[in-house]
Design a protein. Structure first.
Length: 211
């Protein structure tokens, strides 16, 4: 056996495996719709994966689910819970529970961006808690736990120069996770200053949004 053939037998599998791995990372994967049972369970699970993700939220809203955005109140299962009332009285909607203890206004602002950027829901219910209104605002540890770079990227791609967007960018930058985002942090600085994103920033954010 020639030395070239021996070298291929040694390195060939490694090269092929590396090429397959790189292809899997570079090529965006497109999934079909989730099953109805999966969406039903996810809508009331209050799982961080649902709250921080995009796929289930978008499909649920497209199927007529009504987002209920709140915090610890959503975890208190009792006869007056939104999902209990909707089931018991056979109401013409299903709640999509978006929130958990610690998800306050800044977190909910970002979580709603993936919905608003696509097919916005016709109805949204906000459950506002008095404990949200504190002198220092949301605790950094709670924000960092539920922080979603994906939601932030979606918002940055559509953010205009408004007082609300400038303030939101400033608040996110005050959090540890907002400062350590590379291109996200740079984009936040421009939005906070009332400036448009650069062409290169938009390109990088668009690339990141595909994965």
């Amino acid at each position: 056996m020639s030395s070239r053939r021996k070298l291929w037998h040694i390195l060939g599998p490694v090269i092929i495996a590396g090429a397959l791995l790189a292809g899997g990372l570079v090529i965006p994967w497109h999934y079909g719709p989730l099953s109805q049972s999966t969406v039903n369970r996810a809508a009331v699970s209050m799982s961080p994966d649902v709250f921080l993700g995009e796929r289930i939220k978008r499909q649920a809203v497209s199927e007529g689910y009504v987002p209920f955005m709140g915090s610890s109140e959503l975890s208190r299962m009792d006869p007056l819970h939104p999902s209990v009332l909707a089931t018991k009285y056979k109401r013409n909607y299903r709640p999509l529970l978006m929130g958990a203890p610690g998800t306050q206004s800044l977190t909910q602002f970002l979580s709603s961006q993936t919905l608003l950027a696509h097919k916005a829901p016709s109805k949204v219910v906000f459950i506002v808690s008095p404990q949200w209104f504190t002198p220092k605002g949301q605790q950094a540890s709670a924000f960092d736990y539920y922080y979603s770079p994906l939601d932030t990227i979606v918002w940055l791609q559509h953010a205009h120069n408004t007082a609300a967007n400038r303030y939101a960018a400033q608040r996110i930058l005050s959090m540890p996770s907002g400062k350590n985002g590379g291109v996200i942090a740079d984009a936040l600085l421009r939005i906070a200053a009332g400036q448009k994103l650069t062409t290169n920033q938009r390109r990088l954010l668009l690339s990141a949004d595909k994965y």
